[in-house]
Design a protein around this ligand. Structure first.
Ligand SMILES: Cc1ncc(COP(=O)(O)O)c(C=O)c1O
Length: 379
């Protein structure tokens, strides 16, 4: 049992998860790419209008597939925000890429689009865009710059499934995009992810890479009479047991999103006065962005105030947490920082950001307890 009455995240059943898992056993389909994986693929493809969706063992693995698909070679450069999860950079570092860190905008905490042009060199292959908290990056600007320089956009859409930018789904802008279904995400199966392929030229090779470098997918579709080793790859296929869990949540995505929207709005409305009076900034969602209600964060006036609020909530049995430690300050990430880069926004935000408990099964009573506890705090 946790020492917290109100954890940061609590998993729950939100649809027919157990029934579908039971079904995978009764129909004898527990390996990958069977009934439930196919249902997930079809739902994602039809809803988002992407040419191909493939569920994977994690978002991290989907990012590794992106690096293989782009044929990243030692010395190639990949631009990544320093305010992100390790995997956004590691997947490319694994193939020998030089990671070029970039700072974020102070409002949305997304990669600052005005920096991209100056970071591109003849060795740049791609830019990884994270739609932080499910609020879109400035895609008009990124798409124009990437097109002008002939580099690829990879959308790390771990937070942004079912979010939009100017009415268009996140995950449909980049050549490739990835999703996470880790337990902290809006829609989950514990551990899992997906690769979305917007440039059809990548589809056939993606299927091969995901199937250990074999053309097994072609074999299953009857397009070849035996399958064999044709390229590099690994084991990125999700088990249908997890796909069954995932599909049960995916098929009820509108109700999950609407519950999360209520939670997000209540935090925003109930904390607005307290935030204003205490120099605390609440999340900013530009009007061209339809966010995903993935998290609710506060930006406290200082690191000391952030730590004090974490302690204050902890004393009341509530777990609030910080988020990314800047990658350029990490033991491994430091090697990529050549001439002192300016990552001052990331460093500042990362010290002051705090995430409140946020999960679909958070009850109104629990949420009011969190709100009241926060309101008692004076930074
Ligand atoms: C932006 C981002 N990318 C990638 C990941 C990795 O996701 P996964 O745990 O599914 O590999 C995370 C994890 O939370 C993340 O926040």
């Amino acid at each position: 049992m946790s020492q917290f009455d109100i954890p940061f995240n609590r998993s729950s059943l939100l649809g027919r998860e157990l029934e579908y898992i039971f079904n995978t056993m009764t129909i004898g389909q527990i390996a990958g790419d069977q009934t439930y994986s196919k249902k997930c693929h079809t739902l994602l493809e039809r809803t988002l209008g992407v040419p191909k969706a493939l569920v994977t063992t994690s978002c991290t693995h989907a990012l590794e597939m992106c690096a293989l698909l782009l044929d990243i070679q030692p010395g190639d450069e990949v631009i990544v925000p320093t305010f992100t999860f390790v995997s956004s950079a590691n997947a490319f570092a694994l193939r020998g890429a030089r990671i070029v860190f970039a700072d974020i905008r102070p409002d949305t905490l997304n990669l600052d689009e005005t920096l991209l042009d100056s970071l591109i060199t003849p060795r740049t292959k791609a830019v990884v865009l994270v739609h932080y908290a499910g609020v879109a990056c400035e895609m008009d600007s990124f798409c124009a710059t990437a097109r002008r320089h002939g580099i690829k956009i990879i959308e790390d859409n771990a937070h942004g499934l079912f979010g939009k930018y100017r009415g268009r789904w996140l995950g449909t802008f980049g050549a490739l995009a990835v999703l996470s279904f880790h337990e902290t995400k809006n829609i989950t199966c514990g551990e899992g992810g997906a690769l979305l392929i917007n440039e059809p030229a990548y589809i056939e090779r993606a299927e091969i890479i995901r199937e250990k470098g074999t053309n097994r997918s072609l074999f299953f579709r009857g397009q070849v009479d035996k399958y064999t080793w044709v390229d590099v790859g690994s084991s990125y296929v999700m088990s249908d047991v997890l796909a069954a869990f995932l599909f049960a949540q995916l098929e009820v995505w509108p109700s999950i999103q609407s519950r999360r929207q209520q939670i997000w709005r209540r935090y925003f409305e109930e904390l607005a006065g307290w935030a204003k009076a205490n120099g605390v900034r609440l999340p900013v969602v530009p009007e061209q962005c339809e966010q995903t209600f993935h998290m609710f964060y506060l930006l406290l006036p200082s690191l000391a105030a952030r730590q004090a609020l974490i302690g204050h909530l902890k004393a009341q049995g509530i777990l609030a947490v910080f988020h990314y430690v800047p990658l350029h300050l990490s033991g491994f990430g430091r090697r990529y920082v050549g001439k002192a880069g300016d990552y001052s926004v990331t460093e500042d935000v990362s010290d002051r950001l705090l995430r409140l408990p946020f999960f679909s099964a958070l009850t109104d009573t629990e949420q009011m307890r969190v709100i009241e506890a926060v309101r008692q705090f004076k930074p």
